[in-house]
Write a protein that binds this ligand. Structure first.
Ligand code: NAD
Length: 496
């Protein structure tokens, strides 16, 4: 029998176990009796040590020229490219999504690493004319300090990279606390950073739960910024915990995303988008299209085609190239999906396909659920309002574009929305009026690229964005500088 590998935290450049010696297992959601590895179950003392290491490393890292910091990131990008396939396979094993998607996850980390490495020679500030003679005025970015990064399991390498890479290129040091369900992908990223030459203490990795590692990180007086991606409920706690210490806090949270299908849409294209948006990553994307609002004139035809395609999806282990959709991440998440199916039925929605947990034969050892479509959904129903994070899509009829936009905006979240139409006027009106951070025309709600801002409105975010130039605003602070070379006291606003 193959022995189970044992992994450690990475603190101050050393791979060390949890101070308490406690551990927890990393299991395969497609086959939960398979233990993939044993990871530290760390506690507050490990978080403290990691923060101390990040604080110690801060001065030398922030004083290293940004292009030199970036050279290291370029090397990290090369390592990620070389190990992409290996990392993708390990990711599929630990969190279930199909190999094509885990390759995409690693690719996103590669893209982000290169993009942020490019920022080593940019990070543009401003020079502006002074209102006084012989005076020079400019602004430049400063690092914030030691940052705590708390990440979810659904993009287990991409999301840590969205935080680590901009933080590092801006001159911060970090402590990463990944989700307990996906430790290996975070470990792979940090190993690549170590191999690429990131100095000891600049990146620290502490495995453990939200309450035992996440909260102590947030409460630590020396952590100046918390960047959190996860559920809105936990984000709320993070925000409240950050307030007393006036900590920067960047929150990326839940979604209830929507595709609008107008009567002039290319229906095949819209069905492709709804299938990909609804069932890609088993519906476990923050940008998953869990609502589809369809114009009455094409409602029945869309629904028939959509349900037919959903029924045909092949479900199974994501390492099998013939599989379209993998398992839910764990038993709890699967129970949530089952609970929402029951809620949908109780609310009177029409179950068109799916609706059952799969537990026979090859499915017996995993957390599998059928792709599920509810039709004739009233937008006020809980299945149309709350984030399910599973393979359940609500199809909602509408009369026209105005009502579609009203229904689309009628949720507490505001991450991603899409419209399928051939009418440029409809596309532009929806683009203007949908209150979401991301919007697509004739494409699904998923598919963000690393060089534009990523994030959402309302209860999805708190006004910050990841990715693109916007990420630099999250991970740096502006310093405005005035240099007076007049040789005398000059008073702004007074000496005119
Ligand atoms: P989660 O909120 O349960 O956990 C996220 C992270 O927070 C994990 O690392 C967890 O251990 C930690 N955590 C939990 N409780 C904590 C606490 N009290 N203090 C500090 N840390 C704590 O979310 P999840 O189940 O891992 O991920 C799914 C959620 O993430 C969904 O709501 C999804 O929409 C959201 N998500 C959002 C985005 C985005 O960019 N908007 C991207 C991916 C996922």
């Amino acid at each position: 029998m193959k022995s189970v590998p044992l992994f450690n935290n990475y603190i101050g450049g050393e791979w060390v176990p949890a101070a308490s010696g406690a551990t927890c297992e990393n299991r395969n959601p497609a086959c939960y009796d398979q233990v993939l590895g044993v990871f530290p179950r760390s506690g507050p003392e490990d978080a403290d040590r990691a923060v101390a290491a990040a604080v110690r490393a801060l001065d030398s890292w922030r004083l290293a020229p940004a292009p030199k910091r970036a050279e290291i990131l370029f090397r990290v990008g090369e390592i990620l490219i070389r190990q992409k396939e290996e990392f993708a396979r390990q990711m599929t094993q630990e969190m279930g999504k199909v190999l094509a998607e885990t390759r995409g996850d690693v690719q996103e980390a590669i893209d982000m690493t290169y993009y942020m490495a490019g920022e080593g020679r940019r990070q543009f500030g401003q020079t502006v004319p002074s209102e006084l003679p012989n005076k020079f005025a400019m602004s430049l970015r400063m690092p914030i300090g030691a940052c705590g990064l708390i990440t979810p399991w659904n993009f287990p390498m991409a999301i840590p990279s969205w935080k680590v890479m901009p933080a590092l290129v801006c001159g911060n040091t970090v402590v990463l606390k990944p989700a307990t369900d996906t430790p290996h992908s975070a470990l792979n990223l940090v190993k690549a950073l170590e191999k690429g030459g990131v100095p000891p203490g600049v990146v620290n990795l502490v495995f453990g739960t939200g309450s035992e590692v996440g909260l102590p990180l947030i409460r630590h007086k020396d952590v100046r910024l918390i960047s959190f991606t996860g559920s809105t409920a936990v984000g709320n706690t993070v925000a409240r915990e950050c307030v007393p210490g006036f900590k920067h806090h960047h929150l990326e949270m839940g979604g209830k995303n929507v595709i609008i299908v107008m009567d002039d849409a290319k229906l095949d294209l819209a069905v492709d988008g709804a299938i990909w948006g609804g069932f890609g990553t088993t519906g476990q994307r923050c940008t998953a299209a869990s609502r589809v609002i369809v114009h009455g004139k094409v409602y029945n035809e869309f629904l028939d085609r959509f349900a037919c395609r959903a029924r045909a999806l092949r479900i199974g282990n994501g390492l099998d190239a013939s599989v379209d959709m993998g398992p839910s991440i764990n038993e709890n998440q699967l129970r949530t999906v089952e609970e929402y199916v029951r809620i949908g039925l109780d609310e009177g929605a029409r179950l068109v396909c799916g609706g059952r947990r799969l537990s026979d034969g090859e499915y017996a050892r995993g957390f599998f659920h059928e792709p599920t479509v509810f039709a004739d959904v009233d937008p006020r129903m809980r299945i149309a309002q709350e984030e399910i994070f599973g393979p359940v899509v609500s199809v909602i009829p509408c009369d026209d574009l105005d009502s579609a936009i009203e229904i689309g905006n009628g949720v507490v979240y505001g991450l991603s929305s899409a419209i399928y139409t051939q009418d440029v006027n409809s596309a532009f009106r929806a683009m203007r009026d949908m209150n979401t951070g991301i919007f697509y025309v004739n494409a699904s709600t998923i598919g963000a690229e690393v060089h534009l801002p990523f994030g959402g409105t309302k209860q999805t975010g708190n006004g910050h964005r990841e990715a693109g130039q916007a990420a630099l605003d999250t991970f740096s602070e502006w310093k405005s500088i005035y240099i007076d070379y007049s040789g005398k006291l000059q008073r702004a606003q007074i000496d005119t």
